[in-house]
Each structure stands twice: as structure tokens, then as C-alpha cells.
Design a protein around this ligand. Structure first.
Ligand code: ADP
Length: 170
């Protein structure tokens, strides 16, 4: 029996994508046919940002160039509007700790009241990544720490070019 393909959207700021995000993307591919990794434009203009929107999209495209089931996009405005126009009625979010829960729960219920057809799936990453966040990776990198263990190799390369060899332990 054939069934309609399931597409999910995985939204975030991804400045930069970490191994925690990547773990969630790869786990979600076990549940759905396609994942759209969607970079939020509103979150891209902060002073503390490392890569701009175009750079984040370009990095993500390279990280997933061998995975045809993952596509990269950016969006502005409401996530549910982006999900609806992309025919992606599933939102994937990562939950690292209880501290993520309250905000995520509130967002999920708000999104559902904006678009009742949406379903939100919360996923937990591998233990190794529960402490990881993009902001912490940026901070460690800016303080000349080695972030090799936290980001995909393509991200590390882009961070070396932006910040210097210290981010790769050099
Ligand atoms: P961050 O919280 O690292 O700044 P984003 O705002 O881009 O990242 O988050 C996008 C989504 O990815 C959110 O659902 C967030 O909870 C999830 N996420 C972020 N880091 C991790 C991680 N290390 N493991 C699992 N999920 C994560």
C-alpha cells in the first residue's frame, strides 16, 4: 500500500549547526521521509551572531549534500505559515533538558492553535550532545577553545576561516 510522503520541518537559528542538531535531523529521518532544515531569518541579525543567514544556509547545504532527503531553506514570519506552504505538517524540535521543556511546550500549543493540523515531535539527542548549544559553541570558539568535538567537519572548516586555527585546536 502506498502512502503520502511525510515531510517535517526542523526550525532553528543554526548559528552554527552542531552535532546535537545533526543528531536530531538524522533521528527524524527514521520517522519521516523528508526533513526541511529551516533557518529562521528573525534570529539571524543578532549582534552575537557568527554566520549570517546566507552563510548558515550554505553551510547546511554542504553538511547535507549527500542526504537527498534533507533540504535547506530559510524563512521569515510565522513558522506555521512556512510549514503550511511547504506542505510540511510536522515540526521537529530537540529537547535537551527539562529547562527546554516549558518554552517548547508553550510554543507547540501556540503553533497548534495557529494551525490545528500541525503536529510537533520532540526528540532527545544522544547523551553526548545534551549539553550542546550553538551559543555555547560560539562562546568557546571566541575564547579560542577547540570546538572540534561539537560541530560537523564542514562547520569546523568555516569556523577556522572565520575565527582562526584555535577553534580546531591549532
Ligand atoms: P540553539 O538552542 O543551539 O541555539 P537553535 O535555536 O538553532 O539552537 O535550536 C533549534 C532546535 O534544535 C531547537 O529545538 C533546540 O532545542 C534544538 N537543539 C539545539 N541544540 C540541540 C542539541 N544539542 N541536542 C538536541 N537538540 C538541540
Amino acid at each position: 500500500m502506498s502512502r503520502a510522503e511525510k515531510t517535517a520541518v526542523y526550525p532553528g537559528s543554526f548559528d552554527p549547526i552542531t552535532l546535537g542538531h545533526d543528531d536530531i535531523v538524522r533521528r527524524s529521518l527514521k520517522l519521516v521521509d523528508r526533513v526541511i532544515v529551516a533557518v529562521a531569518e528573525t534570529a539571524s541579525q543578532s549582534k552575537s551572531s557568527l554566520f549570517d543567514l546566507e552563510e548558515r544556509v550554505a553551510i547546511l547545504e554542504r553538511v547535507y549534500e549527500d542526504e537527498p532527503r534533507v533540504t535547506i531553506s530559510s524563512f521569515e514570519g510565522l513558522l506555521v505559515d512556512f510549514a503550511r506552504t511547504s506542505a510540511a505538517p510536522i515540526i521537529i524540535r530537540g529537547l535537551r533538558a527539562v529547562s527546554d521543556f516549558e518554552y517548547e511546550f508553550q510554543m507547540a500549543l501556540m503553533n497548534r492553535s495557529l494551525w490545528p493540523q500541525i503536529e510537533v515531535i520532540f526528540m532527545t539527542p544522544d547523551n553526548r550532545y545534551t549539553f550542546l548549544s550553538s551559543s555555547l559553541v560560539r562562546e568557546v570558539a571566541r575564547l579560542k577553545g577547540d570546538v572540534t568535538a561539537f560541530v560537523p567537519p564542514i562547520v569546523l572548516e568555516a569556523m577556522v576561516a572565520r575565527i582562526g586555527p584555535s577553534v580546531a585546536g591549532g
